[in-house]
Design a protein around this ligand. Structure first.
Ligand SMILES: *[C@@H]1O[C@H](CO)[C@@H](O)[C@H](O)[C@H]1NC(C)=O
Ligand SMILES: *[C@@H]1O[C@H](CO)[C@@H](O)[C@H](O)[C@H]1NC(C)=O
Ligand SMILES: *[C@@H]1O[C@H](CO)[C@@H](O)[C@H](O)[C@H]1NC(C)=O
Ligand SMILES: *[C@@H]1O[C@H](CO)[C@@H](O)[C@H](O)[C@H]1NC(C)=O
Ligand SMILES: *[C@@H]1O[C@H](CO)[C@@H](O)[C@H](O)[C@H]1NC(C)=O
Ligand SMILES: *[C@@H]1O[C@H](CO)[C@@H](O)[C@H](O)[C@H]1NC(C)=O
Ligand SMILES: *[C@@H]1O[C@H](CO)[C@@H](O)[C@H](O)[C@H]1NC(C)=O
Ligand SMILES: *[C@@H]1O[C@H](CO)[C@@H](O)[C@H](O)[C@H]1NC(C)=O
Ligand SMILES: *[C@@H]1O[C@H](CO)[C@@H](O)[C@H](O)[C@H]1NC(C)=O
Ligand SMILES: *[C@@H]1O[C@H](CO)[C@@H](O)[C@H](O)[C@H]1NC(C)=O
Ligand SMILES: *[C@@H]1O[C@H](CO)[C@@H](O)[C@H](O)[C@H]1NC(C)=O
Ligand SMILES: *[C@@H]1O[C@H](CO)[C@@H](O)[C@H](O)[C@H]1NC(C)=O
Length: 834
């Protein structure tokens, strides 16, 4: 006992002498100047800031007046040094003269371009209450455990650096700590030391965006003053959340999102009476959500999305007013009806219940939510009517449910009496997605009331009647009109005069008839026009070739007729489908010379990388929008997920074209698919086809083509589907791996093709029909040929490093966009054949 006491006094005695010497004003000033000199400034460096840092630190004035320096008023001892945005461009040395500033209470070196490590000698600044070395991107090394010696420390902020290693358990000795911020050190790893749970003065713990793992220590249940707990973006896998949440009654901000938590929520959360933000999204939480969570009056944000939470939800029927504006319950396993009690949250602005199994109708009480602006109920099992009060939303996502009809425009809406509510301040693009429901009846007029409507998707419903011309009121803002696969009839109304922002118009698979409205010519932003499978009866709309951005044009399966005019300049066109119409006449040999996009290699071809896919998806709807389209592929009408439609293709099949196939086809070097089948083309097959190096499918069947199959076609090394059947061809079939793997029927019914023994077997010549090549009798191929769904071809090195060749989808549902990233929904649904 005596010895430690003696040595304590001895040290104390020495310190007194030491401090008295150092604390004299000139020593303090000199220490600061030495500190400044530890960071030499190189004015000739081009990256140097215009003014030298710490230029006010010079002997012409008292050091207590220097920038960032605060002294004790009586002794001129420096008690606080706060440097922010000061370009120090160097490291703190182990012997830094800061250590001479013995009375320092507060040290901030925020965004000072510090590099190197934090010296463990900082643990000697015993008087520090506030240590803030944040936002120095190149500050690395471990957190010195000596910081645990700073027993007066109340604030510790080492966030936004590049610190490595583990959190030292010595921090558990900082018993006065109220703020601990270690966030955004992406290489900070390991488990949180349980000793942190000893720090019962802590109000703020911020550990977000690190690589911490393991469990939240149960000792955290002691932190009864804790009001902010931010653990988002780590790799935590567990912890007794029920225990912690039931004890931490001071919590106002709880964010454990983006981790791997697997636990349950406590059964009663009413003790958290200060809770404002509750973010637990993107974990693997299970079980039910206690109603008591929703009855906490202070709530401002609830995000439970992307977990495995389940059960019906009740929001509580207390009369307490709730201020909650933000409710995100998406992507869980919630079921049962959406409770009428949701209207308790009168201030709600954002609701996302998508990707659950909610049933029943949209509760009528929701009409009371006058601030609601963004409603996403897509991918549920909801049914009944779509209420008209929803016209006010800026984002209305109801797709993939079973809604059956639209409510009539209510009198209130007609009178415009509720037009002053909530959403009117919203300036951004408005999106209505009601696709893939069972909607009957005609398009509701309330849709036209929504000014700045940018996206309208009613595809895959049973809508009847005509497309209302009141849509004219919105066309100036509309970017996407998707009405595919309904029973809409009548004409396509002439409403596009002001539709200069329209990028995508898809009215395919309806009963639309008549001529195309000439106002389409004003759609200068149009990229994608799909009129397939309707009853349009018109001549070829060659005037569309003035739309400079048009890259996909589908006119297939209509009643278009007549010649397709001679020299078109579809400069951006990537895909054209004219199939199954009554186009006729001959095509001049130089027909394709102006189709620049299909001829260009690379250049605008941004889709040959996964990066390009993102760009494309952004094109097609800002990353939240999924779409698909269909086209003839290998003789089968096939639905393609639009995200995969990155190749270039021509389909002129099923018309009445005569004359020769234009030689200029060979200029479209980037084509993947060429289909001229079921016409009356004569003459020989242009050997220029061999120039289309990436060609994958070529269908010339059912024509009157004569002569030989050009020998050069054997060089097409990516081709995997060829069809020359039902022509007048003769001579030898070129020999190549690609030719040998074709089905025998691809050559049948010609005048006299020979050399087919390998393909059709030794007996057959051109009439072979039973023997299948090995390739196509394989199991995968059979599955692929069932063509329930999309099939698609990519050239070399495309799409996130997937295989060269064909990718077959065996299920119908393809892509679902989540936060701008494409996710292929069918697990293991990609089969590579080849
Ligand atoms: C100062 O910057 C110039 C220009 O970048 C460089 O050539 C020189 O070596 C630097 N001097 C020192 C001492 O770092
Ligand atoms: C920053 O430090 C580096 C390396 O010590 C030096 O080369 C550079 O010139 C310095 N820049 C400035 C502006 O002082
Ligand atoms: C010294 O500091 C003062 C402000 O304290 C400043 O105005 C002056 O320009 C500085 N002198 C030099 C040589 O940097
Ligand atoms: C501090 O240490 C460095 C080496 O890290 C040394 O060059 C320098 O002289 C020392 N400064 C003082 C004041 O001791
Ligand atoms: C500071 O803490 C370290 C361990 O964290 C310990 O070894 C050292 O003795 C302490 N230094 C002082 C001066 O108390
Ligand atoms: C650290 O300093 C920055 C800049 O002044 C400040 O924004 C931050 O709140 C400080 N940290 C703490 C814990 O006070
Ligand atoms: C905490 O402090 C105690 C006594 O002051 C000391 O024995 C212990 O080693 C310290 N813990 C750590 C982890 O530094
Ligand atoms: C936590 O991470 C460290 C290093 O990254 C690893 O060694 C340890 O096994 C991990 N612990 C858990 C529970 O995952
Ligand atoms: C919960 O907090 C109380 C005091 O607020 C404390 O006594 C108790 O030990 C804590 N429970 C746990 C499990 O830490
Ligand atoms: C369309 O606009 C016209 C004039 O601006 C207006 O009279 C009409 O009511 C609007 N139609 C709808 C359905 O809102
Ligand atoms: C097109 O917009 C102009 C100006 O915004 C407007 O005056 C005109 O009425 C609009 N025309 C149609 C057909 O909506
Ligand atoms: C093309 O078809 C139209 C009718 O659809 C017909 O009048 C015309 O004569 C045909 N032209 C040729 C060259 O067959």
């Amino acid at each position: 006992m005596m010895i430690p006491n003696q040595s304590f006094f001895f040290i104390f005695f020495l310190s007194v002498i030491f401090i008295n010497t150092l604390a004299s004003p000139t020593h303090q000033r000199d220490a600061l100047l030495e500190f400044k000199n530890e960071f030499p400034f190189n004015a000739s460096d081009p990256r140097a800031p215009p003014e030298a840092p710490l230029s006010s630190w010079n002997t012409s004035s008292d050091h207590c007046s220097w920038k960032g320096v605060t002294c004790n008023a009586h002794s001129s001892e420096v008690i606080s040094l706060v440097l922010e945005y000061t370009y120090l461009n160097g490291s703190l040395k182990a012997n830094t003269s800061l250590l001479k500033l013995h009375h320092l209470h507060h040290l901030t070196l925020y965004n000072c371009d510090l590099i190197g490590e934090i010296p463990s000698s900082l643990g000697n600044l015993f008087h520090l209450r506030h240590l803030n070395i944040s936002d120095n991107n190149f500050l690395t090394g471990e957190i010195p455990s000596s910081i645990g010696n700073l027993s007066y420390l109340s604030y510790l902020d080492l966030s936004h650096n590049y610190l490595v290693g583990k959190i030292p358990s010595s921090l558990g000795n900082l018993s006065r700590l109220t703020v601990l911020d270690l966030s955004d050190n992406p290489r900070l790893i390991g488990e949180v030391p349980p000793s942190i749970g000893n720090l019962n003065q802590l109000k703020i713990i911020s550990f977000y965006s690190n690589k911490l793992n393991g469990t939240i220590p149960s000792s955290f249940a002691n932190l009864n003053k804790l009001s902010y707990l931010l653990l988002t973006g780590n790799q935590f896998s567990g912890g007794d959340l029920p225990l912690i949440l039931s004890n931490l009654t001071s919590l106002s901000y709880f964010d454990i999102s983006d981790n791997h938590f697997k636990s349950k929520l406590p059964s009663n959360m009413s003790g958290l009476h200060n809770l404002e933000v509750f973010r637990v999204n993107s974990n693997s939480l299970i079980g039910n959500v206690p109603t008591s969570l929703f009855t906490i009056p202070s709530l401002r944000l609830v995000s439970l999305s992307e977990n495995q939470l389940e059960g019906p939800l009740e929001f509580g029927n207390t009369s307490l007013a709730s201020e909650l504006p933000y409710l995100d319950l998406a992507s869980n396993n919630f079921n049962g009806p959406i409770s009428e009690s949701i209207s308790r949250f009168l201030k709600l602005e954002f609701i996302d219940l998508s990707n659950n199994s909610f049933t029943g109708p949209i509760p009528g009480s929701m009409s009371k939510l006058v601030s609601l602006d963004d409603l996403n109920l897509s991918y549920n099992k909801l049914e009944g009517r779509v209420p008209s009060f929803l016209w006010r939303m800026s984002t209305l996502m109801l797709s993939h449910n079973s809604f059956s009809s639209f409510e009539e425009l209510s009198q209130a809406v007609v009178n415009g009496s509720d037009s002053d509510h909530g959403s009117n301040s919203f300036q951004g693009p408005v999106q209505f997605d009601l696709g893939s429901n069972s909607l009957h009846g005609s398009l509701p007029r309330w849709i036209c009331k929504r000014t700045s409507l940018a996206l309208l998707d009613l595809s895959n419903n049973h809508l009847t009647g005509s497309i209302p011309s009141c849509l004219m009121n919105c066309t100036a803002s509309l970017g996407y009109i998707i009405l595919r696969n309904n029973n809409l009839s009548g004409f396509l109304p002439d409403i596009f005069t002001n539709a200069t922002k329209l990028r995508s118009l898809d009215v395919s698979r309806n009963q639309l008839a008549g001529k195309l409205p000439k106002s389409l010519i004003n759609c200068e932003s149009m990229e994608y026009l799909n009129l397939k499978v309707n009853k349009f009866k018109d001549t070829f709309p060659s005037w569309l070739s003035s739309l400079e951005s048009l890259s996909v044009l589908f006119l297939g399966s209509n009643a278009f007729y007549g010649p397709i005019s001679s020299h078109l300049g579809f400069q951006s066109l990537r895909v054209i489908d004219l199939s199954n119409n009554s186009f006729n006449g001959t095509l001049p040999q130089d027909y394709f010379v102006n189709w620049r996009e299909m001829a260009s290699v690379g250049e605008k071809d941004g889709f040959t990388s996964s990066d390009g896919i993102d760009t494309f998806m952004e094109h097609m709807g800002g990353g939240i929008y999924e779409d698909s389209m269909d086209m003839m592929y290998k003789g089968v009408d096939t639905e393609f997920p639009l995200i995969l439609l990155m190749f270039k293709a021509i389909d002129f099949s099923g018309n009445k074209f005569t004359g020769r196939i234009p030689k200029s086809i060979g200029m479209l070097k980037e084509l993947r698919h060429v289909n001229f089948s079921r016409n009356a083309f004569t003459g020989s097959i242009p050997s220029s086809l061999a120039n289309i190096k990436n060609l994958e499918a070529l269908d010339l069947s059912h024509n009157k083509l004569s002569g030989n199959i050009p020998r050069d076609l054997a060089n097409l090394s990516f081709v995997s589907y060829l069809d020359f059947s039902h022509n007048l061809l003769q001579g030898p079939v070129p020999r190549s791996t690609q030719f040998q793997r074709q089905h025998c029927s691809s050559f049948e019914d010609n005048l006299g093709l020979f050399g087919l023994e390998d393909i059709c077997g030794p007996v057959h010549a051109t009439s072979g029909d039973s023997h299948q090549s090995e390739e196509f009798s394989s199991e995968e191929a059979e599955e692929a040929l069932s063509w329930k769904a999309a099939a698609i071809a990519f050239g070399p090195g495309v799409f996130c490093g997937l295989v060269i060749g064909y990718i077959f989808f065996t299920s119908h549902k393809q892509t679902h966009m989540v936060h701008g990233k494409a996710r292929l929904n069918h697990p293991g649904g990609i089969i590579s054949v080849r």
